[in-house]
Write a protein that binds this ligand. Sequence first.
Ligand code: ZN
Length: 212
Amino acid sequence: LNRSFDAVSDSRTRLLFAIHSVHRSGWAPGTGGNYSALLSGNPFRLLMSPSGFDKGRLQESDLIEVDEHGRKISGAGNPSAETLLHVAIIRQAEARSVLHTHSVWNTLLSEHYADQRELVVSGYEMLKGLSGVTTHEHREHVPILKNSQDIPALAERVADLLEKNKSFHGFLLENHGLYTWGATIEDALRHVEIFEFLFEVLGRKLSFNGRS
Ligand SMILES: [Zn+2]
């Protein structure tokens, strides 16, 4: 076994753990969501969940490798159409892992705040789980982009957004889901957990207020 084989095998184990953890939490039911980890920058090699699989049953051997154009390099399954969004995020946010969920709360909030094109979260201790955030007083801006099936166009909008502002930890696609990322697979998974917690808090708070 050489070193690079070990590194790839380690990434497979860690990415699969993140995928199963997200699926178990109910944040990407059915075949929803897609997940990636950067194996190398040059040549660009991304380890990814294959399209269409029930992620709860996914095994390490099901993970595929793709290049910067979203073309499959190895593995049995097919790349998700959304692979180009992962590539754009990894390049612009200098991330090494991208996780994408379709939860009830992120879907509801992306619709509720769609007209404002962003939602802002502030005042919660859990914000400190986002990389670089040290106080609950932090204001986290979460952009909301219009959903589209034209993934290359959407990938350009994502690249534009992240080029202009490096402070984001994630964004929402309207009526679709959350994209978040991190310097490691574990950072990206923690960001999913933090965002999904905060979205549920905001969503439930809106429901309370609606009743009062
Ligand atoms: Zn999606």
